[in-house]
Design a protein around this ligand. Structure first.
Ligand SMILES: [Cu+2]
Length: 324
């Protein structure tokens, strides 16, 4: 996968074929619709667990979040490869966490100019099939950088936001770096990072701060809220093409976390490793896949373009306004 930051993007490379959609009706096509059904089936608590009449299943707010969404993105990518007739096609990732200063500057005020802090232009251009009108106004305003620091932040008492009183660009940026640092490092031992255990017989977890892993809670949940529109609800989020590069970056962040050290490693609990899901593959064959089959990125033939994660990895809690 390659980086999809607003500075590195090639404007002329549509992920979706331009002919596949009619902007006046829908700006997405069938893989999204199938994805919507998959996500709805597993992601809204609409199914009962086997053998129970009162327990539902959900892949959010628990330890299934990261592996299930990796499967989801994987099959989506496979289906697009098939439709495009291009086995080399790969989804981009939108590394919204990239707070390195970008050139050129963005916006009429020329103020928020961090590389990953904007909805990538291809997804904000009404002439592209990757555009979606049903988003919050925030996602269209070049003067408003992505914000994964909002009131939702307070859902987890461990993650009370740092106080940066003057709200300058650099303070905003430092706050975002600190958020990433907390979600990926400070608070991110295996249990906290992957999310709460969730086994057959367990009640669906409904309170984000109770079950979600650190990056599911922030920035994932908060960015869904920031983008708004279809992205506000699991049942509709797959309609917005932005979901896929967004989640591709979530999966990338998981792989970054694994490499950070600190004893970071995936759970070894068989209830997690053998959790099994059904997905349609690129040949319209229903596949039964396990979490354990989606942990080795080499086996999946995934490789991520190297990008700059250093700004939040080495966040040092300094308050110097001149820090990068
Ligand atoms: Cu989801």
């Amino acid at each position: 996968m390659s980086e999809l930051s607003s500075v590195a993007w090639d404007f002329d490379s549509p992920i979706y074929p331009k002919t596949a959609s009619s902007p006046s009706v829908h700006n997405h096509f069938s893989p999204d619709l199938q994805a919507e059904r998959d996500h709805c089936a597993y992601g809204t608590g609409s199914f009962l667990q086997d053998g129970y009449t009162n327990l539902t299943i959900d892949v959010h707010l628990n330890w299934l979040f990261l592996p299930w969404h990796r499967m989801f993105v994987y099959f989506h990518e496979k289906i697009l490869q098939k439709l495009l007739g291009d086995p080399e096609f790969s989804l981009h990732f939108w590394n919204f966490d990239n707070s390195v200063t970008a050139t050129p500057r963005h916006g009429s005020r020329g103020c928020y100019f961090k590389a990953g802090h904007f909805v990538p232009p291809m997804y904000n251009d009404p002439s592209k099939a990757t555009f979606e009108a049903n988003r919050s106004i925030r996602a269209f305003d070049p003067n408003r950088a992505v914000d994964y620091v909002d009131y939702v932040y307070n859902w987890n008492p461990l993650m009370v936001p740092p106080a940066w009183p003057n709200n300058t660009v650099e303070e905003q940026t430092r706050m975002k770096r600190e958020v990433m640092h907390r979600s990926m490092i400070t608070l991110a031992n295996t249990t906290n990072f992957i999310g709460k255990t969730y086994r057959v017989g367990d009640a669906q977890i409904l309170i984000p701060a109770v079950g979600a892993g650190t990056i599911e809670l922030v920035p994932h949940n908060t960015l869904h809220a920031w983008i708004g529109g279809w992205m506000l609800q699991p049942i509709t989020a797959p309609i917005d093409p932005l979901l896929y590069p967004f989640h591709a970056n979530m999966e990338r962040l998981w792989s970054v976390w694994r490499k950070l050290g600190y004893g970071n490693d995936d759970p070894t609990d068989p209830d997690w490793l053998d959790a099994t899901f059904l997905f349609w593959d690129e040949n319209a064959v229903m596949r039964r896949v396990k979490v354990r089959d989606f942990l080795d990125l080499n086996a999946l033939r995934y490789r991520y373009e190297k990008v700059n994660d250093a700004s939040w990895i080495f966040f040092d809690n300094s308050t110097s306004p001149s820090a990068p």
